[in-house]
Write a protein that binds this ligand. Structure first.
Ligand code: ZN
Length: 535
């Protein structure tokens, strides 16, 4: 056996699994897999016999890598590769930020920024293309407003995107009194520019690569890439061929690709252990923030509305039925309890025993108790995002005190044997798993969030949180036998940490750093501690 194939770790504080809790001091990997987990002495003997590389962990903590079952890699890629303009207080400082950013990446094709708000500008006006031209004129620039419904672009960007289209009557391109374009665009025009820069092949390839490396650096070893489009899937394949993906990607394609998938006859599992198609992501309703999540009773802070479905019920039933029959895993976005009723009703139309298909509901933020029991009976999985509890601090206002206990009922789901998996919906919430773990345990209590008063008994323990972020999450990808714990024979997907999460305070969880990330036996991220020892 080749020596470089075998890697051994001794004197560690190694969590093999969290349910049941099992700890060891030694770990040996061979190729892609875990060969041994147990005592340090035995690990050392094994590594020496196989002539492998032995690393003394000096007491460091090792655990299975995090599995984030729901995130948006393409959106993360764009946000990591753009200028953050939140809180900028003047057009002058916006220009300064733009100029500085450009000086740092002269080779970029597009400059993208987001987050500005003209209400904060001391000039008391909207920025225009001439402002941007003063900062950067030779590369196309688009800076989205904080809401994402408006943006300002420079003259170069206007010339590129509008060279072949007639915008003279398009109300989404704002004009000054003399009729000339101001560079401010809204709604469909913003989407048009977005599509344009996202179609830039080399930019997106670089951006996706960066976002995968960022993911690995946080200790996340597998992701569920939600609403993946054809362009991203193609880029991921190219990245995989050229340099290998640092993180395992499980793909849930956009709903607009359902017909393509069905006509190709692709089933769940197509791909390999690095990049694999699971199924499709579809939407049943909107969001609580925008009051478009579909509730069974009106919003407490806007009694005129119950929210709304984003798809006709018949269409939802048809897609669910057809995708199920085609062997695809469904991931259905449903936040309001009425939307969840409809989704449950649609699944009931499938005559087969479908619990072993592991179809998923995404978010399920507002859940009545009897719905939890139905979910359990049907074997539907729930992808939860504990960090919503902190970000959506206004959630109780939306549903009122009476329904407050229906919000994010993680513990009730577990107690009713509903399978849950942790996720971030990144970039909606931070990708850092420790933020999610913290939120699942604290439920906003320390931040003084109203919800914590009503649902403190829905808090999870650290053990539970880590289980549903590792082996519990692996279940979503049908991979609980292959990953999520550090037992021999499983993929060597694990991380090393600078602190033991069980030895620190709740607040200190947030400062835990990943020192090493290994995916299928390959080191994909290494901090300083390991740089010296591995090379
Ligand atoms: Zn999402």
């Amino acid at each position: 056996m080749a020596a470089d194939n075998v890697l051994g770790f001794i004197n560690g504080n190694i969590y093999v699994s969290f349910d049941p809790l099992r700890k060891v001091t030694g770990l040996v990997t061979c190729g892609k897999y875990i060969l041994y987990s147990g005592e340090s002495e035995k690990a050392e003997r094994l590594v020496k016999a196989l002539n492998g590389l032995l690393i003394d962990l000096e007491g460091l903590t090792v655990m299975p890598g995090f599995i984030d079952v729901h995130m948006h890699l393409d959106m993360l890629a764009v946000s990591l590769n753009s200028i953050d303009l939140r809180g900028v207080e003047s057009i002058e400082s916006l220009k300064k930020r733009l100029r500085e950013y450009y000086e740092g990446r002269l080779d970029c094709e597009w400059i993208i920024g987001r987050g500005w708000d003209q209400e904060l500008f001391k000039e008391r006006r909207w920025p225009n293309r001439f402002d941007l031209d003063e900062a950067v004129s030779d590369k196309p620039v688009i800076l989205e407003r904080i809401c994402g419904h408006a943006a300002v672009v420079n003259t170069k960007a206007l010339n590129i995107v509008c060279s072949n289209i007639d915008v003279s009557r398009d109300p989404n391109f704002l004009r000054s009194e003399d009729g000339s374009l101001t560079g401010v665009i809204v709604e469909d025009a913003v989407k048009l520019f977005r599509e344009y820069y996202q179609s830039s092949f080399s930019e997106m390839l670089k951006a996706l690569d960066n976002s995968l490396k960022y993911t690995a650096s946080l200790g996340v070893t597998s992701i569920g890439f939600m609403s993946c489009d054809a362009a991203s899937l193609r880029l991921l394949q190219i990245l995989k061929e050229s340099r290998g993906l640092p993180v395992k990607v499980r793909v849930y394609l956009k709903d607009t690709l359902v017909d393509t998938l069905l006509s190709l006859g692709l089933r769940r599992g197509f791909g390999d252990d690095t990049l694999k198609i699971m199924g499709v992501k579809i939407f049943a309703d909107g969001s609580l923030g925008a009051r478009t999540a579909w509730l069974s009773e009106a919003y407490s802070d806007l009694p005129e509305t119950c929210g709304m479905p984003t798809i006709k019920e018949e269409k939802l039933k048809e897609i669910i039925y057809e995708c199920h029959k085609a062997g695809l895993q469904l991931a259905v976005h449903a936040i309001g309890d009425k939307a969840i009723d409809t989704v449950i009703g649609s699944f009931r139309l499938i005559e087969d025993e479908f619990s072993n298909y592991r179809h998923r509901i995404e978010h399920a933020s507002v859940l009545r108790l009897e719905q939890i029991e139905q979910l359990s009976r049907l074997g539907l999985l729930i992808a939860v995002q504990p960090h919503f509890i902190i970000s959506d601090w206004w959630a109780v206002r939306r549903v009122g005190e009476k329904r407050a206990s229906w919000l994010y009922p993680s513990k009730s789901l577990i107690d009713n044997q509903v399978k849950i998996g942790f996720s971030t919906d990144c970039p909606v919430e931070p990708l850092n798993p420790w933020e999610t773990v913290y939120a699942a345990i604290s439920r906003g209590k320390r931040e003084g969030i109203e919800l914590s008063k009503y649902t403190s008994d829905e808090a999870l323990t650290l053990l539970e949180a880590l289980h549903y972020y590792t082996k519990g999450a692996a279940y979503f990808f049908f991979e609980e036998e292959n990953t999520g714990t550090l037992e021999p024979g499983k993929y060597a997907d694990f991380i090393a940490l600078d602190k033991d999460p069980f030895e620190v305070s709740l607040d200190e969880l947030l400062s835990i750093k990943t020192l090493l990330t290994v995916v299928s036996g390959r080191v994909v991220y290494e901090g300083n501690f390991f740089k010296d020892r591995l090379n």
